[in-house]
Design a binder for this molecule. Structure first.
Ligand code: MLT
Length: 248
């Protein structure tokens, strides 16, 4: 069994994902927002490339059943119901709804996962739940590719560090698991920051940008390890909680 970490979607090829369990991480904030929304009762999330796609897709739903959500430059898209803040995804707002979501990096990384055997959306808020699924997958000999959504298609410190946390968990008491160089590097970052996500968010550029843009409170939500124990699976162009597939 092999685990690879890819620090930016721009360098990931179809071959890197083929037949693997793929983990998409966008700690700040798309992965966190999706996990929070599903934990709080959203029916499903449909990732979209663009705000135009959100608007077009919304037309095939009853208006009361969908929420149009997304950001550009961190700020909610004009005319949409929601931005990309996990704090907006309350049970009262998202319960029973389909969320059409477009974000700068996270949704694009998800949409680029063709060929994967299974795709899961991961962050710190659903760490242990996703880890248990990944450990089960490796017991069944599945290779894993962790894809960091990154920042403008390049490296983002918080995603790489979270990837390292998953690598550590997958590797624990499993000497036979082989780590690629990206996974080894991610482990080093996890060693530096695992006990202090506050310091991770002090150092990470996108965390500082969010704080400067008035989203500082989101960082606490994003650092709340295991607060949303859901396993969000992306298949058939939508993200649903593992176990809720029958609702599709
Ligand atoms: C993204 O997908 O780029 C992020 O989630 C941006 C954000 O912080 O909203």
């Amino acid at each position: 069994v092999r685990v690879d970490v890819h620090f930016a979607p721009a360098v990931v090829t179809a071959a890197d994902m083929h037949g693997r369990v793929v983990v998409v991480i966008d700690v700040l904030r798309a992965s966190t927002t999706m996990a929070v929304a599903l934990h709080n009762g959203a029916r499903n999330i449909i990732p979209c490339e663009s705000s135009d796609e959100v608007v077009v897709r919304a037309k095939s739903f009853e208006r009361r059943d969908v929420l149009l959500a997304g950001e550009r430059r961190m700020v909610a898209i004009p005319g949409f119901d929601l931005g990309n803040s996990p704090r907006e995804m309350t049970p009262a707002v998202v319960g029973g709804k389909t969320i059409l979501l477009t974000t700068t990096n996270g949704t694009g990384a998800l949409l680029a996962t063709q060929g994967a055997r299974e795709v899961v959306v991961a962050s710190y808020v659903n760490f242990s739940a996703v880890l248990s699924m990944l450990r089960a997958a490796t017991r069944g000999d599945a290779d894993i590719a962790i894809i960091c959504a990154g920042k403008d298609r390049t490296f983002a410190l918080e995603d790489a560090t979270c990837a390292g946390h998953f690598v550590r968990g997958i590797k624990r008491r499993r000497d036979s698991v082989v780590l690629g160089d990206g996974a080894q590097a991610a482990l080093l970052l996890d060693r530096r920051y695992a006990q202090d996500l506050g310091s991770l968010f002090n150092d990470a550029e996108h965390a500082r940008a969010l704080a400067n843009a008035g989203f500082g409170d989101d960082l606490q939500v994003c650092a709340a390890v295991d607060s949303c124990p859901v396993i969000p699976i992306y298949a058939d162009r939508q993200v649903v909680r593992l176990g809720s597939e029958r609702e599709r």
